[in-house]
Design a protein around this ligand. Structure first.
Ligand SMILES: Nc1ncnc2c1ncn2[C@@H]1O[C@H](COP(=O)(O)OP(=O)(O)OP(=O)(O)O)[C@@H](O)[C@H]1O
Length: 252
């Protein structure tokens, strides 16, 4: 089956300027993210994974190169166009969760729906459905500080999904969670992907990376290798883990 590119990066570069110093965080990356894939991005600390995610999702401006979303160039968008694009087309989950502390769980989830100017009744109905899907409906009235880390991250996933994004980005979504809560979050992402949601996830965790259809390794701001999992579907998780481990360590 031919895969359809949802995001294409061409000769992508990002250089950070700190005083008189320049740091080339992303160097000439050419990459496709495919519709319906569970894409995982791995790489050492500081290799450029978060920077790449910011560029692919329109959260940050590129220094050079091009980014296409469903064949439409987005790196030339104005800040206003980018903001509308991110609100409607992209969902983003952060390791640090970032819920608004003085809004309830339900209000946090609904907020991007109101920012997108969707109908209030539709936003509320979808927020309620998502809270049931994420098993946080009993906590809907609580402030984030009155819920567990796992519940907060599930609320952050619901918030990212409120506008039914074409693609969901997750930057270390299990990084601040214990094993049990982390597994629950990965199970939700896997289930959503099975239902057709395109997902791109950065992780350091080999077990989490085993959820991928496609694993992209970033090294020093470049693509160090790509592992396609389709052909490994028959492998059980322990076998996958050793395949991923061999792939990642073989490239070091
Ligand atoms: N705003 C910034 N200004 C200057 N340098 C930056 C900035 N943001 C990131 N960097 C540098 O760019 C490089 C890539 O950073 P990035 O956060 O993308 O890495 P990462 O692979 O996501 O790392 P980690 O796994 O530790 O989160 C690092 O060397 C980092 O110090």
């Amino acid at each position: 089956m031919n895969k359809i590119s949802i995001i294409r990066a061409q000769n992508l570069c990002k250089t950070y300027q700190t005083g008189s110093e320049q740091y080339h965080a992303i160097r000439n990356v050419n990459l496709d993210i495919y519709e319906g894939d569970f894409t995982v991005i791995m790489g050492n600390s500081g290799s450029g994974k978060s920077t790449l995610l910011y560029l692919l999702s329109g959260l940050d401006q590129v220094t050079a190169g091009e980014v296409y979303f469903q064949n439409q160039r987005i790196d030339t968008y104005s800040e206003r166009e980018l903001s509308a694009f991110r609100t409607r087309r992209i969902g983003y989950i952060y390791q640090s969760i970032n819920l608004v502390p003085d809004l309830s769980i339900q209000e946090n989830i609904a907020l991007p729906g109101y920012i997108a100017r969707n109908k209030k009744s539709e936003v509320q109905a979808r927020a309620k459905q998502l809270m049931r899907d994420m098993d946080i409906h009993k906590q809907h009235n609580r402030l984030p500080s009155q819920t567990s880390g796992g519940q907060q991250q599930r609320a952050a996933i619901a918030r990212a999904l409120i506008n039914s994004p074409d693609i969901l980005f997750a930057d270390e979504p299990t990084g601040s969670l214990n094993f049990e809560h982390g597994k629950a979050v990965l199970d939700i992402l896997t289930e959503m992907n099975r239902e057709g949601q395109s997902v791109v996830m950065v992780t350091h965790d080999i077990q989490a990376a085993c959820r991928a259809d496609r694993l992209i390794l970033i090294q020093d701001g470049k693509v160090g290798g790509i592992l396609e999992f389709d052909k490994y579907h028959e492998h059980q998780i322990p076998e996958r883990e050793s395949i991923v481990f061999a792939f990642v360590s073989g490239k070091e």
